[in-house]
Design a protein around this ligand. Structure first.
Ligand SMILES: Cc1cc2nc3c(=O)[nH]c(=O)nc-3n(C[C@H](O)[C@H](O)[C@H](O)COP(=O)(O)OP(=O)(O)OC[C@H]3O[C@@H](n4cnc5c(N)ncnc54)[C@H](O)[C@@H]3O)c2cc1C
Length: 406
């Protein structure tokens, strides 16, 4: 079959894939061909989650022209309160508080529902003329000059670079023979949205309970997105409860500080694990987003990490294209891999450590972590470091995340 020709094929039109497509298209112009293939582009969104968008990620979305469509539905996180307690504790002592601005008037993070963000990215991709195909990538063959990509609808496309943005169970990663280092936690995160009586004033609360974190993340209109971690068995049981039983379990953990509660969204449970691909690149292939890494949602960083990958890869490709170099050659891929692997390992280890430190019933560990959190709470410099880290503004930050065009 004769192959179509383009510059980059992206497998996966999720957050990482679409952000990369926009960055490439906007920096290299309409003559630079980008195809995004994903069967989900033709399906309605079913994701009940909301994500904490770090300040750096928001700057990137602003630069890409996506943020105006998201902003009305974004809720600033103005405060973060962390408690360490058991389920039956009458009072949950507060150990750490952050009042989070990275710059005057700029919160360190904002909550956005995943459906809203995905819709805004897709709409912008259509406006920018990105070639969106409602089909999967089923295979590829790389050679020193190009890569031949086969789609589920039978099309064959020849490109300079193939990008795997196809999520946690990346088929392309498997086809490339790249293995993943990691493990399952035996935990799942129950996700739902609740409406509450009183105002949250932009405060996010994370209760570290023995089974795992219970995070209450503020949304617009007196609503909150919950990320509620339990053992996988217990999560299955809770999700299957009738409404009244679910409400009782919810109230036990949420408390009544925001008045009466009503679960208003669907309930979903996501199994949790840690995984980092042994390589982020192979011949003419780059892995981004969850295809490259899967981290515990304890710090709300997975999507942010994925957009950092998109920004770094777009910068490496745009620099090469402007110099007339091979955009899928080993130098470009190696630059991308060096840039992103260290940051990813650091975040993977940090979230794994946090989860291990908190998800247990040991009194000794409880004392250790409470001493640790208490010390951080009294050290303004350390707190500022944490806020900048959570905002995605530490380390070697790609241009787009600083709000600069490529
Ligand atoms: C409970 C929970 C809460 C979270 N909260 C946060 C948070 O607050 N902040 C944060 O930063 N992160 C958070 N995350 C992580 C975040 O949701 C993920 O990191 C993010 O969704 C990954 O985006 P992605 O684009 O890499 O992959 P995905 O969103 O999984 O997209 C992959 C796409 O690839 C497509 N696809 C699959 N196979 C193929 C194929 N063969 N060909 C073509 N397309 C294919 C799929 O249809 C899909 O659309 C959370 C995760 C969980 C589980």
């Amino acid at each position: 079959m004769t192959a179509e020709r383009t510059n980059v094929v992206i497998a996966g039109g999720g957050f990482a894939g679409l952000a990369l497509a926009l960055a490439l298209r906007q920096s290299l112009g309409p003559a630079f061909g980008v195809v995004v293939a994903d069967p989900a582009v033709a399906r309605p969104n079913v994701d009940a989650r909301a994500s904490a968008i770090a300040a750096a990620t928001r700057r990137m979305l602003e630069t890409l022209g996506v943020w105006p469509a998201v902003a009305p539905a974004a809720q600033d996180i103005l405060d973060m309160v962390i408690t360490d307690s058991r389920l039956d504790d009458a009072v949950r002592p507060v150990f750490l508080t952050f009042a989070g601005e990275v710059a005057p008037g700029e919160p360190f993070a904002q909550m956005v529902e995943n459906g809203v963000l995905l819709q805004a990215l897709t709409a912008r991709a259509k406006v920018d003329g990105i070639d969106l195909r409602a089909t999967s990538v089923t295979g590829y063959e790389a050679n020193p000059q190009s890569v031949r990509v086969t789609l589920g609808d039978g099309a064959v496309i020849e490109a300079g670079l193939l990008v795997a943005a196809d999520g946690v169970r990346s088929r392309l990663r498997d086809l490339a023979g790249i293995t993943v280092v990691g493990w399952e936690y035996g935990q799942s995160a129950i996700v739902t949205t609740v409406k509450h009586e009183r105002e949250h004033h932009g405060c996010a609360t994370e209760h570290f309970l023995p089974a795992g974190p219970f995070a209450i993340l503020p949304l617009t209109e007196n609503r909150a997105s919950l990320v509620w971690v339990e053992t996988t068995e217990e999560a299955k049981r809770i999700v299957a409860l009738p409404d009244a039983g679910f409400h009782d379990e919810l109230e036990k953990r949420f408390g009544l500080h925001l008045g009466t509660l009503e679960a208003v969204g669907p309930r979903q449970a996501y199994p949790l694990g840690l995984g980092v691909a042994r390589a982020f690149v192979a011949e003419r292939l780059a892995l981004i987003g969850d295809a490259a890494h899967r981290v515990h949602p304890i710090a709300g960083q997975g999507l942010n990490l994925g957009l950092r990958d998109s920004a770094a890869l777009a910068e490496a490709v745009a620099d090469a294209a402007r110099l007339g170099l091979d955009i899928g050659g080993p130098d470009v891929l190696e630059r991308y891999q060096r840039w992103r692997r260290f940051d990813t390992m650091t975040m993977g280890i940090a979230t794994d450590g946090l989860n291990r430190l908190f998800s247990n019933r040991s009194d000794v560990l409880r004392l250790v972590r409470d001493l640790g959190l208490g010390l951080v709470d009294r050290a303004p410099v350390l707190k500022r470091v944490f806020v900048r880290e959570a905002a995605g503004l530490s380390g070697e930050v790609p241009k787009l995340l600083k709000g600069e065009a490529l």
